[in-house]
Ligand binder design. Structure first.
Ligand SMILES: Nc1ncnc2c1ncn2[C@@H]1O[C@H](COP(=O)(O)OP(=O)(O)OP(=O)(O)O)[C@@H](O)[C@H]1O
Ligand SMILES: [Mg+2]
Length: 457
């Protein structure tokens, strides 16, 4: 146990307080005492305790009320309560109100030490998680110069960000995958009045359906199998700040009214909880689906759509803003090349402008990142690019139209095979072991094919 952990004992019986104090002092705690709930809550207001031991049968303030106040003041503070033997109702009530655990009086001293140890362990973990979250948020800290574009459509979006950021309006961002929706969300947060509070992000598509509600709203201890302790949800963590609900189109229908309720009233309940909690959170949502269509198809509630739709940003796909490609290439060369002075050849730029970018800016970023690693010198040339050849249909069309009189399947497939093997060989600089690996075929089969198609460097 940490040498200077602080504990508070709240009990109206002086002898009981003394027993606990002696015990905890032996465990190297600094111990404060209070003889009623009101004094106990006052002390929690003023001191950062690591654990509280609270008798819930006391004069002046009922122990449950004291417990509730303490949890409001410090949600992560573990409070261990004492109940009289045989009063399970009170014990259950205490657990519902966020007590860490309860002991029935008279209790065994070893038992008490054991529970306190568990509480401290729990608190340590909770703090570590918080620190990690904080660090993560910092490492992802948005820099305004990360967001580049010069096309009119994006300039309009920049202006819109400037206008809506300082308001508290809910924003819905739509766009294909990889277009920069998260960057838009970051920019809105960065220019908002809530910048000093973190932007809490949650990807509704990445979390298993059954866990999403608890991730969003938290849960009470025992709410479901595995819910060993009470847990705060993302909305609670975002209190006073901003929440980014990514892939909101994936939200199942049963959860949608709960989101609507937070949006409209700032209210929600934890899973398995009865108390209504209130938060002040600004909501930014993103989706790569067309929510109007989803609503028409009955997969998305219309009332939620209208509530989200207050401010609507549509990020255009990269193929509709080809003029941005040179600027983005420049940006990513710097980002991944560091001090290396890098450039793409004219041929490469043409290829990049012609490619349809189904994965949008993210795909372009990945292609450039790879090319920077592969290019030994100053120039990025076509062999450093790893652009996929397009869809199977595109390929077949290319070969089929090159000889309009023949649509022989075998011939087309052979042509495709020949080209793919050639590309692999070129990429592997004619190292056949490497090329075979790229193609995921045996070296022997590769040799046969080279002979069959008469391939030469
Ligand atoms: N205009 C831009 N300038 C610089 N970088 C950009 C731009 N747009 C996107 N990016 C970069 O592309 C990547 C994808 O962007 P982002 O995560 O914001 O897209 P998204 O629309 O949220 O994608 P998804 O739908 O897959 O979640 C990020 O690394 C981001 O930094
Ligand atoms: Mg995203």
């Amino acid at each position: 146990m940490p040498s200077q952990a602080r504990a508070l004992v709240v009990d109206d019986e002086a002898s009981s307080r003394m027993n606990i104090r002696d015990l905890l002092t032996l465990e190297r705690f600094v111990v404060d005492e209070a003889s009623d709930g009101v004094a106990g809550v006052e002390l929690v207001k003023q001191n950062p305790y690591d654990v509280v031991l609270l008798d819930i049968r006391m004069p002046k303030m009922d122990g449950i009320v004291a417990l509730k106040s303490m949890k409001l003041l410090q949600p992560n503070l573990p409070v261990i309560v004492f109940t009289a033997f045989g009063t399970s109702e009170r014990a259950i009530e205490a657990m519902k109100c966020g007590a860490f655990d309860y002991l029935t009086k008279p209790f065994d001293l070893d038992e008490l030490v054991e529970v306190v140890r568990r509480a401290m362990e729990h608190r340590k973990l909770a703090t570590e998680v918080q620190v990690l979250r904080q660090r993560l948020a910092e490492s992802e800290e948005y820099q305004p110069d990360q967001f580049v574009s010069k096309t009119p459509a994006m300039q309009k979006i920049f202006k819109m960000i400037g206008k809506v950021a300082p308001t508290q309006a809910t924003v819905l961002i739509e766009g294909e995958t990889g277009t920069g929706k998260e960057l838009v969300a970051n920019a809105i947060w960065y220019h908002s009045t809530r910048k000093d509070k973190p932007i809490v992000k949650i990807n509704c598509a990445a979390i298993p359906e059954g866990l999403l509600e608890s991730e969003l709203f938290g849960h009470e201890r025992g709410a479901f199998t595995g819910a060993h302790a009470q847990r705060q949800g993302r909305f609670e963590l975002a209190h006073g700040g901003t929440i980014f609900l990514d892939e909101i189109g994936e939200l199942r229908l049963s959860l949608q009214p709960k989101i609507l309720r937070v949006l409209e009233q700032g209210e929600f309940q934890r899973v398995g909880g009865k108390t209504t909690l209130r938060v002040d959170v600004r909501v930014i949502a993103a989706t790569n689906r067309n929510l109007q269509e989803e609503a028409r198809a009955g997969r998305f509630r219309k009332d939620l759509l209208y509530r989200l739709h207050v401010v609507h940003v549509v990020v255009p796909p990269l193929r509709e803003r080809v003029e941005d490609i040179p600027l983005l290439v420049q940006h990513f060369l710097k980002k991944y090349g560091g001090r290396r002075e890098l450039a793409v050849t004219r041929e490469v730029m043409t290829m990049l402008k012609e490619y349809p970018w189904p994965g949008n800016v993210r795909e372009l970023e990945n292609v450039i990142e790879r090319a920077v690693v592969l290019a030994p010198g100053k120039f990025i040339t076509p062999e450093h690019l790893s652009l996929p050849a397009g869809s199977a249909a595109d390929i077949v069309r290319k070969y089929a139209s090159s000889d309009s009189s023949s649509l022989a399947l075998r011939e087309i497939l052979e042509n495709v095979e020949r080209d793919v093997i050639l590309i692999a060989l070129q990429r592997a600089k004619w190292n056949k072991t490497k090329a075979a690996k790229l193609l995921k075929i045996s070296r022997r089969l590769l040799f046969t094919k080279i002979k069959e198609y008469d391939l030469k460097p």
